[in-house]
Design a protein around this ligand. Structure first.
Ligand SMILES: NC(=O)c1ccc[n+]([C@@H]2O[C@H](COP(=O)([O-])OP(=O)(O)OC[C@H]3O[C@@H](n4cnc5c(N)ncnc54)[C@H](O)[C@@H]3O)[C@@H](O)[C@H]2O)c1
Ligand SMILES: [Zn+2]
Ligand SMILES: [Zn+2]
Length: 361
């Protein structure tokens, strides 16, 4: 099967024919139908984070079950699924208290080191990224890395729920628990930020301020629910948001992954407000905030994959799309073939489009 392999870091992806093993007892073989390009993949391609190579990248996908291991009863061949990197063990303290996205025992869902690898090239192991490796015609994943969905859901739309949509909406619904009537700012209107904007609209926020440096992004943000926009290239976005809101927002979300914008997210809060950092900040980078501000009961928190419980969250997001409340058609800016994947990441670097998906059909 064909897959997009990262052989050097930093580097481009190479399309290579790989071997994929048969499912072990609790594994599922999935035929990939669509896989989204997320900026988290780009952080690894760019060398911001270390990783073992060769590795098949990609972690936002949907497909159809081809085969299941002998102990799998949750899905059967032919079922439509969305994958999720929040593979959960189901019995650690985090899983048992409902915090599946920070499961402390994910390693248990991988194959043991001495076992045959899931992916290989000429009998040599090829690493799996985020327990999934979605930029491939097939995926071999633990049964706790996927959720079954209704079959009338288009699978390219379903794919983007696999990371970006769940992350952005989950940060709003679950991590921050945005209240109806509140005022929200989202810094960064890429795939994840636009999902947070939609989450804020669905949660009933009165005012939703989108902050980005690119006009086309701010235009899409308005289409998806932003009531106001702030061009960060036209002056200090904190000052602009404070002026727009006469003193700050109840909730802010950072969806880029920079020290500066994380600090801006905190800086634009009103007293009692909560800033949620979704963007992945490079290792070694510290975020600095004025300590006095804690007296005003301002809060700063992180969010991993939208604090999801994806087995229940993703089917609900699918229903929201089918009901017309969650807008995904507007977010799919390009369909690519696997061979065009490096062009897709180049476009992401230039800030073009909202979300691109690789189509495997
Ligand atoms: N926490 C999680 O679980 C999680 C999950 C998925 C993605 N992420 C992270 O979220 C971030 C966003 O991902 P994405 O796929 O939406 O990225 P993206 O590239 O699609 O979007 C980033 C957006 O930020 C804007 N931007 C860049 N610099 C800016 C600045 N200084 N001020 C204002 N806007 C600016 C860009 O114009 C772009 O619209 C990444 O860091 C990604 O790794 C985190
Ligand atoms: Zn992602
Ligand atoms: Zn666990």
């Amino acid at each position: 099967m064909k897959a997009a392999v990262l052989n050097t870091i930093p580097g481009d992806l190479e399309i290579i024919d790989l071997q994929i093993d048969k499912p072990g007892p609790r594994e599922v073989l999935v035929r990939t139908v669509a896989a989204g390009l997320c900026h988290s993949d780009l952080h690894f391609l760019d060398g911001t984070f270390p990783f073992k190579v060769p590795v098949v990248m990609g972690h936002e996908s949907a497909g159809v079950v081809e085969a299941v291991g002998e102990d799998v009863s949750y899905v059967k061949p032919g079922d439509h699924v969305i994958t999720c990197l929040s593979v959960f063990c189901g019995h650690c303290e985090f899983c048992l208290s409902g915090h599946l996205s920070i499961c402390s025992n994910q390693r248990e869902c991988n194959r043991p080191r001495e076992a045959a690898p899931r992916l290989s090239l000429h009998d040599k192991k090829v690493y799996q990224f985020a327990h999934l490796s979605s930029f491939a015609e097939e995926m071999l994943i633990h049964e706790h890395g996927l959720v079954k969905i209704r079959e009338d859901m288009p699978l390219d739309r379903a794919a983007v729920i696999g990371c970006g949509i769940t992350t952005g909406t989950g940060a709003v619904f679950r991590t921050a628990r945005v209240r109806p009537g509140s005022t929200v700012a989202v810094i960064g209107a890429g795939g994840v930020g636009l999902a947070a904007i939609q989450g804020a609209r669905i949660a009933g926020a009165n005012r939703i301020i989108a902050v980005d440096m690119l006009t086309p992004k701010l235009e899409i943000a308005k289409e998806l629910g932003a009531t106001h926009t702030v061009d960060a290239s036209a002056g200090d976005p904190v000052a602009q948001v404070l002026e727009l809101t006469s003193g700050g927002v109840d909730y802010s979300f950072e969806a880029i992954g920079l020290k500066k914008t994380a600090e801006q997210a905190f800086g634009m809060l009103r007293s009692g407000g909560t800033a949620t950092v979704i963007g992945v900040i490079s290792p070694g980078v510290n975020v600095e905030i004025p300590g006095m501000q804690f007296l005003m009961e301002k809060k700063l928190q992180g969010s991993m994959m939208g604090s999801n419980q994806f087995r229940t969250d993703m089917p609900r997001l699918v229903d929201m799309y089918m009901d017309g409340r969650l807008k995904l058609d507007e977010m799919l800016s390009a369909h690519l073939t696997l061979d065009q994947i490096n062009d897709g990441f180049a476009a992401m670097k230039r800030g073009e489009g909202a979300r691109q998906v690789v189509d495997f059909n």
